[in-house]
Design a protein around this ligand. Structure first.
Ligand code: GDP
Length: 598
């Protein structure tokens, strides 16, 4: 190859522009990004470091462009909200109302609490005046506005995150004082933590005679939400959504947290936000609820959200009042889009409908060809670790019982000494559910199951989201894999699952066929159609296929723990008494097959 071409790249650049600069097709760039573990569509911004890797991968000598030139070029481009805020002129940034979402276990009172808050102090007075539900509303507390998202539950929250939108600034975790911390409470806490969003606990149903706040506080401390009166820093506010008590304290707590966090936006800056919900109304057309996150949205603006776009023909606030403009953190319902966007889509504003159409066409074309769900397999992460691109391994751990969950979590945390950090985002007992997959997808995590299975719906979602589920029934295999991933030694593509072990008790010679090992199955089961490894003194002596498996005199498919059997292997007959035979399956990663764990 000749001399390298040199190129200057900006602080951040869209995939499309990067392709143009590199004189490559967007597909080439996207492929190069993918091989470096970055999933991006044609309109997405990548930062300088990422762009530089792609450029040098395509044979360029790269340098960073001067800041001033770049700012002009990037104006009006589709971008991630946080990146936009980062690039805003800091002197124009102002505080904006916090966006709050309510999460918690079913029946702990999320909906009732949202109603209670709505009626306590509707911004602008007239309590109970809201007839419309647009998916979000605002209340005023001592002169501070607070925006509440009206879809409780972490599925919506995490779906937004999975699509790249930051759902909320603050999470209110509702815990019923009589029921305490439940599985979904833990899950919701894990989702909020993964999103690095501060949590305030609303201890609800405090009016109930069986309320036990002290017990619940201890439970909260156990899941790392240590209440302030236990020397922790989690605010726990007793409320009764039903009797509407404590609501003011809760709003006060929100204001306090909002003040201590920098929740900023530039009302004059690039217009951008998220789709909260959208529906097709027979009479009015597409009605979309948008949450403005930066800039000020105006009547007549041309909005692009996913593959939907259009000029805003009418705009209403959450009370249904027509408005002409909406600044940061304001939820609005707009009419004029040509299609129904998905909740969680990021929206931007472009100069003309022509621009909007071009942008949508381009992203449709790009996604039709190359869109793949982001892959988060242990192998990918291992590759990123090896390439120095990943500094942490995010895990979600599910196990059958608390007794096995705890040692797994503790041991994994013990492995946390190296340069790569293990983050356990969520660990609980029970099968792997859709919610786990959503969390994994949004956080680039891997789901590890010990003696559990994955629900059918979870498997399906994992497939479309490209999330890796790894199931184990033997604890040290689990540790081995994680350790291998951390050290960058994990064999790609195939995953081994040990299903059982047997001890060789005696050896029988049966002439031409060679030796048969008389064995007792000590753990799990051994299978005729599985692979077999012969271990001696901790070393592998042979690996291969089973020639015959007999129980008593019969040929059998499997023999379970505690039973005796005769095993003959293909191409191996040098068994010795005391050898361990390990029965294992090998399967392609990502393809979950039914097996012992079903
Ligand atoms: P969600 O599933 O978390 O949205 O829970 P809901 O808001 O639907 O509430 C579940 C049940 O708990 C309903 O029957 C409510 O009336 C009741 N509930 C909610 N808040 C309170 C409360 O503060 N006190 C009492 N006693 N009951 C409540």
């Amino acid at each position: 190859m000749g001399e390298k071409k040199s190129i200057e790249l900006p602080f951040s650049i869209t995939v499309r522009d990067l392709a143009i600069k590199l004189d490559a097709s967007p597909i080439q760039v996207i492929k190069e990004l993918m091989s470096n573990g970055v999933m991006a569509n044609i309109n997405q911004l990548v930062d300088y470091d990422t762009a530089a890797i792609v450029a040098s991968g395509l044979g360029f000598e790269v340098a960073q462009e001067e800041l001033e030139q770049e700012e002009k070029k990037e104006e009006g481009k589709l971008a991630d909200w946080k990146m936009v805020i980062d690039r805003e002129d800091h002197k124009n940034l102002v505080k904006r109302p916090p966006v709050v979402t309510i999460l918690g276990h079913v029946d702990h009172g999320k909906t009732t609490l949202l109603d209670a808050i709505r009626h306590t102090d509707v911004a602008g007075g007239e309590a109970g005046g809201i007839t419309q539900h647009i998916g979000a509303y605002q209340v005023e507390h001592k002169g501070h506005l607070i925006t509440f998202l009206d879809t409780p539950g972490h599925a919506a929250f995490t779906a937004m995150r999975a699509r790249g939108a930051q759902g909320a600034d603050i999470v209110i975790l509702v815990v019923a004082a009589n029921d305490g911390v439940m599985p979904q409470t833990k899950e919701a806490a894990a989702h909020a933590k993964a999103a690095q969003v501060p949590i305030i606990v609303a201890m609800n149903k405090i009016d109930r005679p069986d309320a036990n706040p002290d017990f619940v506080k201890k439970q909260l401390a156990d899941i790392d939400l240590v209440p302030e009166d236990y020397d922790g820093n989690t605010m726990v506010i007793p409320v009764s959504a039903k009797q509407k008590t404590g609501i003011d304290d809760l709003l006060e707590a929100i204001t306090l947290v909002a003040e201590s966090t920098s929740i900023m936006a530039n009302p004059l800056g690039q217009k951008l936000g998220s789709v909260i919900e959208a529906e097709l109304d027979k009479a009015k057309g597409v009605i979309t609820t948008l949450l403005v996150q930066n800039g000020t949205l105006q009547m007549g603006d041309v909005v692009v959200a996913g593959t939907a776009f259009g000029k805003i023909k009418a705009m209403f606030d959450f009370k249904g009042k027509p408005i002409r403009s909406a600044g940061p953190s304001t939820p609005v319902s707009v009419m004029g889009l040509n299609d129904v966007p998905s909740a969680g889509n990021v929206f931007t504003v472009v100069p003309t409908e022509r621009d909007a159409r071009a942008q949508v066409e381009a992203s449709k074309a790009a996604s039709a060809v190359v869109y793949q769900a982001p892959k988060t397999t242990l192998e990918d992460i291992f590759k990123q670790i090896k390439d120095g691109a990943a500094r942490e391994l995010n895990l979600i751990i599910k196990a059958d019982v608390q007794g096995s969950l705890e040692p797994i979590v503790t041991s994994l945390q013990d492995q946390n000494k190296g340069p790569i950090k293990i983050n356990i985002l969520h660990s609980t007992t029970g099968n792997i559910t859709e919610s786990d997959i959503l969390l994994a997808s949004a956080s680039g995590a891997i789901v590890i199951g010990f003696n559990v299975t994955a629900d059918t719906s979870a498997r399906r979602l994992a497939e479309t989201e490209g999330v890796s589920i790894r199931l184990y029934s033997i604890i040290y295999r689990l540790f081995e894999d994680v350790e291998k991933a951390l050290k960058g030694m994990l064999a790609p593509e195939f995953k081994e699952e040990i299903i059982g072990q047997a001890n060789v008790m005696a050896i029988f010679n049966i002439g031409k066929l060679g030796n048969i090992a008389g064995c007792r199955v000590t753990t799990g089961e051994v299978r005729r159609n599985a692979k077999m490894r012969v271990m001696r003194g901790g070393k592998v002596v042979h690996e291969g296929e089973v020639a015959s498996l007999k129980h008593e005199k019969d040929d059998v498919k499997e023999v379970r723990q505690g039973f005796d059997c005769g095993i003959a292997l293909k191409n191996f007959s040098e068994f010795q008494q005391g050898d361990t035979l390990v029965s294992y399956t090998v399967e392609k990663v990502g393809q979950l097959k039914s097996g012992l764990l079903e």
